[in-house]
Design a protein around this ligand. Structure first.
Ligand code: SAH
Ligand code: SF4
Ligand code: F3S
Length: 476
């Protein structure tokens, strides 16, 4: 469990999926424009930003290719949530040599490392031509104009914006699941976190533009919509309709053709009962909520400035558990935060039992530059962080094992999202976000099928296509 909904690291299926799609696109693209390559690190918001950047480039006649070697324009869309993630881009940049590659290639660094470490990037990698944070993406066409006219060392780093990065040209990597960012930036101030610095202040998109995008996507054949934001439920509609987040969810769920709606990430402070009521009323809203807690200890939560206590968090969990449908709950946790004692850590472990999460994304605390906690003593030794992480993950594995066991013999509707040719297995996902592997065919991609679960493990289920008898009792 090293990657969470907001931590997709290179080598993960998502990146592979995107690289593969990029290759497919390259093959079908007839235009002979300049070849470009984008590698994406980090969360879904970054993945979706890259889709939009690719759309802007393609609208200008560039064509996507599947490797940096073939490309004349190379963009790295970076993540700086933890030290290790931030290092990735520097190891990529280290493979280019001035004079050899940089005269022929335009190299750009986008995203969160770009925003946070602009000067250091130019110092460490003088062959980089563009450094641009996500808040400046609306200016990307202008920046590209400058690059095309031969300028070097262009920066887009202003956070002083109320704009969102919207583009009609978005080149989506997945044929049936579409991401839509509904709120950019973050106004919370968690002491360990770089995001408010890298993505700027909160900006919500008007509900009318979100809904028209949903309708267009549904007409194009997308059946699953994922609404994105670092604090997605802090959404505040700037349009005259002034929809609440729960009302927006309901309206998206009512768009004809939309069968599944997910949203991530919800902040516990802004999580309200009307979200659960909307899920109760609208079958298209998935039975899944990601509600990061970070720690089970009030002392640690306070030092993290998470703005809720363990007890308040548990009230939200209680509200979700009282829904008419069984809603699966996932979370993010950090171990070894500054000053975390063994007793604090044990409170995090006891929270695992108390909530019974379906999935936990857990991380060792990584001090980050320019954050409040970055100035505190990183008191838990690396080795002890590692030990706590393994204890937490082993415990959660057991919990997931038990929870997934209850799915055996049940029949679920799954959306087929992948196919493993070597095994002849289709890979689908239930509305509760469980992965199910079952014998299938590549042509089933994008279809909704009823699958009876025959076996379970901590991270996935195994099943078979439901027969007419078993399909009668389909669980959503
Ligand atoms: N906006 C989301 C999460 C953003 S980052 C939220 O508020 O929940 C995704 C996850 O990375 C966080 O939930 C946290 O668990 C982890 N994370 C963030 N900063 C970190 C740091 N400095 N060290 C380790 N993990 C961190
Ligand atoms: Fe970071 Fe906290 Fe904002 Fe999430 S809510 S992005 S953890 S500052
Ligand atoms: Fe996402 Fe990483 Fe930035 S998690 S918001 S890409 S720091």
């Amino acid at each position: 469990m090293t990657s969470g909904p907001f931590q997709i690291l290179p080598g993960s299926p998502q990146l592979f999926e995107s690289a593969k799609a990029q290759g497919d696109f390259a093959r079908v693209c007839e235009s002979a424009g300049k070849p470009f390559y984008i590698e994406t690190f980090g969360c879904q918001m970054n993945v979706h930003d890259s889709e939009k950047v690719a759309g802007v480039l393609m609208a200008r006649g560039y064509r996507p290719v599947s490797s940096p070697e073939e490309a004349e324009v190379i963009f790295y869309n970076t993540c700086s949530i933890r030290e290790k993630a931030a290092q990735k881009v520097f190891s990529r940049l280290g493979t280019y040599r001035k004079g050899r590659d940089s005269d022929r290639k335009i190299i750009g660094v986008l995203g969160c490392v770009a925003q946070q470490e602009a000067d250091r990037i130019f110092e460490r990698a003088p062959h980089v031509s563009l450094v641009c944070g996500s808040a400046s993406y609306p200016k990307l066409p202008d920046l590209l104009d400058q690059l095309e006219s031969g300028h070097r060392r262009i920066t887009g780093l202003s956070l002083d914006t109320d704009e969102c990065f919207e583009t009609e040209m978005t080149r989506r990597d997945n044929r049936f699941r579409a991401y839509i960012t509904i709120i950019e930036g973050c106004d919370k101030a968690c002491t360990y976190c770089v995001v408010p610095m890298t993505r700027g202040p909160e900006r919500s998109r008007p509900s009318n533009t979100i809904l028209s995008e949903c309708r267009r996507l549904a007409e194009e054949g997308f059946t699953e919509i994922q609404l994105l934001g670092q604090t997605v439920n802090s959404y505040r509609d700037p349009a005259p309709a002034r929809l609440s987040f729960a009302e927006l969810l309901a309206r998206v769920a009512e768009v004809p053709g939309v069968r599944r709606v997910r949203f991530t990430t919800s902040h516990p402070h802004d999580f309200s009962a009307d979200i659960v009521e909307a899920i109760d009323r609208h079958p298209a809203l998935c039975d899944q909520i990601h509600l990061p807690v970070q720690s089970g200890s009030n002392a640690v939560l306070q030092r993290m400035r998470r703005t809720y206590t363990r007890e308040e968090y548990l009230e939200k969990i209680h509200c979700i558990r009282s829904a008419k449908r069984a809603i699966s709950i996932s979370t993010d946790m950090i171990v070894g935060f500054c000053g975390e004692t063994i007793e604090d850590f044990e409170e995090t472990l006891s929270l695992l039992d108390e909530v019974g999460y379906d999935q936990v994304f857990s991380f060792k605390y990584s001090p980050r530059p320019k954050t409040v906690a970055g100035h505190l003593e990183d008191s838990v030794p690396e080795e002890e962080k590692g030990r706590r992480l393994s204890v937490l993950q082993a415990k959660q594995r057991e919990i997931q094992n038990q929870r997934n066991q209850t799915c055996v013999e049940q029949t679920y509707e799954v959306l087929v999202e992948g196919f493993q040719p070597r095994l002849g297995q289709a890979v689908g996902r239930t509305t509760s976000n469980r992965i199910v592997n079952f014998p299938g065919e590549p042509s089933w991609l994008g279809r909704y099928m009823n699958v009876r679960v025959t076996a379970s493990g901590p991270n996935s289920l195994v099943g078979e296509l439901a027969t007419e008898q078993t399909a009668g009792q389909v669980k959503r």
